[in-house]
Design a protein around this ligand. Structure first.
Ligand code: 3NM
Length: 214
């Protein structure tokens, strides 16, 4: 089964705590109004039950928008949430196992932190839809983030990747301008949207910076 390619231009990864009083669902809805093209539900501290409850609310909030919902790590909850796919890291389930749980119609993304990990994915010809590549810059949004790979590291991965790549880690509107020249299909952010006083304006600024980038 062929999956419709994702529009990866502005990929929101959620952080429930960072959304604070603004609220997760409200943040997601406003961010989508501002131009977010994909939403990933990420909450490593939530139990499965909590994540399902949150996921259902977010999915409901996205109804009618056509924006896909991707679940971080918890591949086994994708169907229960009614999400469109999963995103896994290097230490999560092996890609073939994740793919066999998801079936062929759901999206699957993989985090890649260096060229060697890209080569492993390539050599295995994994059935993936995209790669998240980073952290490009230092980030405080992920407790166990790797060392930043910089724009040169991003370029090295993106230029050899058969899958579309999304830049992640320390991305903001000022830094987005140069990134399309690195060969990526879009940018992924947490803190540049979650916890911002006005998520819609924040998303709009990121999207505009992406569209205007050379
Ligand atoms: N994954 P912010 S960096 C969730 O390198 C995540 O794979 C990363 O948050 C990776 O936009 C990261 O606030 C955090 O820097 C991104």
């Amino acid at each position: 089964m062929t999956r419709t390619p994702l529009d990866l231009r502005l990929y929101l990864v959620t952080d429930t705590d960072m959304c604070g009083d603004h609220g997760l669902v409200r943040t997601v809805r406003e961010a989508v109004s501002g131009g977010v093209t994909v939403v990933q539900l990420r909450d490593p501290d939530a139990s499965d039950d909590e994540l399902v409850a949150l996921g259902m609310l977010v999915r409901k909030g996205l109804e009618g928008t056509g924006i896909p919902l991707i679940v971080n790590d918890r591949v086994h909850l994708v169907k229960q949430i009614g999400a469109d796919g999963a995103h896994i890291g290097q230490d999560d389930l092996p890609v073939p196992e994740a793919r066999s749980i998801l079936g062929s119609s759901a999206y699957l993304g993989l985090s890649v932190h260096n060229h060697e990990q890209l080569m492993t994915a390539r050599e295995n010809d994994w059935d993936l839809d995209y790669l998240g590549v980073g952290p490009v810059w230092r980030t405080t949004s992920k407790a166990d983030a790797e060392a930043p790979i910089g724009v040169s590291g991003l370029k090295a991965v993106a230029s050899d990747s058969p899958w579309p790549c999304v830049a992640i880690g320390g991305v903001n509107a000022r830094r987005t301008g140069g990134l399309s020249a690195s060969g990526v299909a879009g940018v992924a952010v947490i803190s540049a949207i979650c916890g911002q006083p006005d998520p819609e304006t924040a998303a709009f600024a990121l999207r505009a910076a992406w569209e205007e980038s050379p």
